[in-house]
Design a protein. Structure first.
Length: 507
């Protein structure tokens, strides 16, 4: 079967259901310990009943890769708030203030996190008596016209078996890059993004703010596997949507157990404060689409609240995965024999001699060998195509995890060769060459300019000129509207009153 044949291209559409099946397949975790608040491992876009109703806490994807321009560092990217409509104002997209956004690192393969980077956010409003997110063009992150801003702190927690050993604040009051309202409001958004990149002591770098959603895939597979109609695959469902990103670049030596043991496991979680004031985990994510595809509805919320060391409870869901059976029933591709121990070996332990740590406890997380140098020409299928710097050795932004996962779930490692995929092979936007690497977010205002305006006009001047033309006083302005009737007088009078009030306020 070729990717260009009608059947082959169509079968690529079923891939979207699969990538999670690989990652969580055969969750035969051992050494289960008591779950502590703050431990976790997998979620995705609206994948579970409870989290789908609270998008600020919904972790959509995690990426981890050796930094291509700084190979002595590792970059971790975690995204939240799925399906951000760029024009979704006036209340644009902020991180939750009652949440702890955590990045976990297991550096000895025991399924427990030894390092935890915790991000917490605060919201600031300059003027609460306006509905505006910004009151004029925003040129810097501290611009008086950026009415709603956020800042964040970062703490590094060192743990042993989820017990706290130490806590160190490594960043304080770092500004967040705002939502990209539009070109009139933010004429140089790239400059704002650059200003939000913040260097930390010890060679680390952090960023938080809006970004283009880097996950590329065709999600219409959830329409009953395309309803058997394979003619419409290849649509990037997430094109044009944004997410809120946290990116952290850290020296490899900081997160490795040692130079002799360079493999780390990485996942993210969200903890939300409950009515009693306690933080409880509500979302987790390691490999993509695990909870969307592998777990039945009855287990999804439980999975979001559990930790990778406790994954044995979901063993039956993944050693006997549902997806290959559905594909066989609809598309007549034989499902591999069960139990799927091939998936356990690769996606829960890591690839032997590549990213499998010694004495590994099988558990669901991204595993990255930080000693593998980046390649100048990444291959989208990663390890399957001989590129050991890619998925499932971590996850780069350019890795086509849908196609790679589908091929493995359908038996690639058992000798069933295929080129199955969803016909979406790359992101709609180019990724950046330097940290934080994610593409700039799509702006909220992206239609044609109104007649008689130009993109270079100063919005504040336009508003002032429209309400009070040069050479006119308040009386002549109202008198000039008399010919328009009572409605025109009321409209212009109201506009004048608004202009007077705005002129007298400090922004």
């Amino acid at each position: 079967m070729t990717a260009n044949s009608k059947r082959g291209a169509g079968l690529r559409g079923v891939a979207t259901l699969v990538c999670g099946a690989l990652a969580a397949a055969g969750l035969a975790a051992t050494g289960v310990t008591a779950l502590e608040p703050g431990a976790a491992a997998a979620s995705s876009h609206r994948e579970a009943p409870l989290i789908s109703g609270t998008p600020q806490y919904d972790n959509t994807d995690v990426y981890a890769f050796v930094s291509p321009d700084k190979p002595d560092t590792t970059t971790i990217i975690a995204n939240w708030i799925p399906f951000e409509e760029p024009a979704g104002g006036p209340n644009f997209f902020t991180f939750a203030e009652d949440a702890q956004y955590d990045l976990h690192i297991d550096n000895n393969g025991d399924g427990q996190g030894e390092l935890l980077f915790r991000y917490t956010f605060r919201t600031h409003v300059k003027n609460k008596k306006t509905f505006l997110y910004n009151t004029g063009p925003v040129e810097t992150l501290d611009d008086k016209d950026l009415n709603v801003t956020q800042t964040y702190d970062v703490e590094l927690l060192r743990l042993k078996k989820q017990r706290l050993l130490s806590r160190t604040k490594i960043a304080d009051d770092v500004p967040v890059a705002p939502s990209n309202v539009g070109k009139a409001s933010m004429p140089d958004y790239a400059a704002l993004r650059k200003e939000a990149v913040h260097a930390l002591a010890g060679g680390s770098t952090t960023f938080a703010g809006q970004a283009d959603d880097p996950f590329f895939l065709d999600l219409r597979v959830f329409d009953l596997l395309y309803g058997g109609n394979l003619s419409e695959v290849g649509n990037d469902t997430l094109k044009g949507y944004n997410v809120n990103s946290i990116a952290l670049q850290v020296p490899n030596h900081l997160i490795q157990e040692s130079a002799q043991q360079p493999v780390v496991g990485i996942w993210s979680t969200t903890q939300r404060k409950n009515a009693q004031g306690h933080f409880r985990q509500v979302s987790r994510l390691g490999n993509p689409l695990v909870n969307e595809v592998v777990n039945p509805i009855e287990d999804k919320d439980t999975f979001n609240a559990s930790g990778p060391w406790d994954d044995a409870q979901f063993l039956e869901n993944v050693t006997h995965p549902e997806l290959p059976k559905l594909i066989e029933a609809i598309y007549k591709i034989p499902a591999p024999d069960e139990p799927r121990n091939d998936l356990v070996d690769v996606f829960l332990k890591g690839v032997p001699d590549l990213n499998q740590p010694p004495h590994v406890t099988p558990s669901e997380m991204l595993r990255l060998n930080t000693s593998v140098k980046p390649t100048a020409a990444p291959k989208r299928l990663g390890v399957l195509d001989g590129d050991n710097a890619g998925f499932p050795n971590g996850r780069r932004l350019t890795d086509d995890v849908i196609d790679a996962s589908l091929q493995v779930v359908e038996g690639e490692l058992l000798g069933a060769k295929s080129d199955l995929g969803d016909a979406v092979d790359k992101n709609d936007k180019e990724f950046e060459k330097a940290f934080p690497y994610v593409a700039l977010p799509t702006e909220g205002s992206r239609g044609p300019l109104a007649k008689g305006t130009s993109g270079g006009n100063d919005v504040r001047s336009q508003i002032g000129d429209a309400l009070k033309p040069a050479g006119s006083d308040d009386t002549t302005l109202i008198a000039a509207s008399a010919g328009a009737g009572a409605g025109g007088i009321l409209l212009i009078g109201a506009a004048l009153l608004w202009w007077r009030r705005m002129r007298g306020r400090a922004y």
